[in-house]
Design a protein around this ligand. Structure first.
Ligand SMILES: [Zn+2]
Length: 89
């Protein structure tokens, strides 16, 4: 049986998780700020092709995030966006 780590987004054997079962041991060892950054980046990468209004707004906010990794992931995601039909500026 495997579970998804919400920080790194990888599925790992259940023995690789602590009691919370949502963060793997590797990520659990990271500083909390880094865990949060990775979690947001993973969330950006996991966004569906078609975004809801709410997701678009959230992504816009992430483009101005103070964390470089988050900004880069959000910008990379919007590039994909501009290639889809009807989204050209
Ligand atoms: Zn992890």
């Amino acid at each position: 049986m495997k579970r998804y780590c919400r920080v790194c987004g990888q599925s790992r054997a259940i023995g690789r998780f602590k009691h919370s079962f949502s963060v793997c041991l590797e990520c659990d060892a990271l500083p909390l700020s880094q865990q949060l950054e990775m979690e947001i980046i993973h969330r950006i990468r996991a966004l569906p092709l078609l975004l809801s209004e709410e997701q678009v707004q959230w992504l816009e906010k992430m483009k101005n995030d103070l964390r470089h990794g988050v900004r880069a992931a959000a910008l990379a995601r919007s590039e994909t966006e501009s290639h889809s039909p009807g989204m050209r500026s």
